[in-house]
Write a protein that binds this ligand. Structure first.
Ligand code: ZN
Length: 278
């Protein structure tokens, strides 16, 4: 879920439906909206020589889409071995139960309520299905249960809604917290700087080939918005909706309800850090 359309200065790319890197294919779900950009990206990840694939975020409960994902896996001569969730928002996770039923697979997620089967998912876990190496990276902030998946062999990271292909993401207060999100962005920056990650495979929007640039952009954008919110409060805007009207004047009004969640997260952060009076 996004809180802004394309922003000036942001890296751009084409929307990908199909192969993205050597080990990944995107199947775009038919759920486009202001909040989901072109729709949800359902990612199929597999080793080139393996007969097993991992599916990340089956997407909305839409049988045509879920079957299209299975068809894409089968056309590559594989079957689905495991289903993973980046987080619990319905545009990513709602179809997971049905998908698991259709494929006979387990669903692993950070949030126990979203799992099917007995295996959880969290920091330090490495998914090795079909010979893959997919490292689980905790990336809270958009939501508390957000995870990303580092695919070292393709120098890529699958980010769910933590980094999007266009615009910026919502810090979905109160579950999402800005302090967590800033730590997450720094963790992702370290993946690009220290671990050689080049490519962001997002949950919505196009693939980004300059992962470090994208993360730096997000960090700069967050700092800019936070300064704007602080200024708006100092100017006498007190309620979250007043702050949204002052700070998000450049953003389409259909996105203001989402922006208000981010503003609430920013007000909480500023109060906790003693930068404004609560
Ligand atoms: Zn989300």
């Amino acid at each position: 879920m996004t809180d802004a359309a394309a922003l000036p200065g942001q890296p751009r790319g084409a929307v990908v439906s199909g192969p993205a890197t050597a080990r990944t294919v995107n199947v775009l779900a038919p759920n486009p909206s202001a909040m989901t950009l072109d729709g949800t990206n359902t990612w199929i990840v597999a080793e080139p020589d393996s007969g097993l694939a991992v599916v990340i975020d089956p997407g909305p409960l839409d049988d045509v889409h879920l079957r299209a994902v299975i068809d894409a896996v089968e056309r590559s001569g594989r079957r689905v071995g495991l289903t993973l969730l980046t987080h619990g928002h319905p545009d990513h996770a709602e179809g997971a139960g049905r998908f698991a039923e259709l494929t006979g697979t387990k669903v692993r997620a950070l949030d126990a309520a979203l799992r099917l089967g007995d295996e959880g998912l969290g920091a330090g876990d490495v998914i090795t299905t079909g010979g893959l190496e997919l490292r689980v990276v905790p990336t809270p902030g958009h939501t508390a249960d957000s995870l990303s998946f580092h695919l070292p062999a393709d120098r890529a990271v699958l980010t769910g809604d933590t980094v999007l292909g266009r615009g910026t993401t919502v810090v979905a207060h109160p579950d999402g917290r800005l302090g967590d999100y800033l730590d997450t962005l720094r963790r992702l920056r370290s993946l690009t700087v220290d671990d050689g990650v080049h490519t962001v495979l997002p949950g919505h929007g196009p693939v980004l080939e300059d992962a470090q640039g994208a993360v730096e952009f997000y960090l700069a954008h967050r700092a800019h918005r936070l300064a704007q919110v602080e200024t708006a409060v100092e100017a006498g805007h007190r309620t979250p909706s007043d702050v949204v009207a002052a700070v998000y004047a450049d953003v389409d009004r259909s996105l203001w309800p989402a922006a208000e969640l981010s503003v609430r997260a920013q007000l909480e952060y500023l109060t906790e850090h003693g930068l404004i009076q609560g």
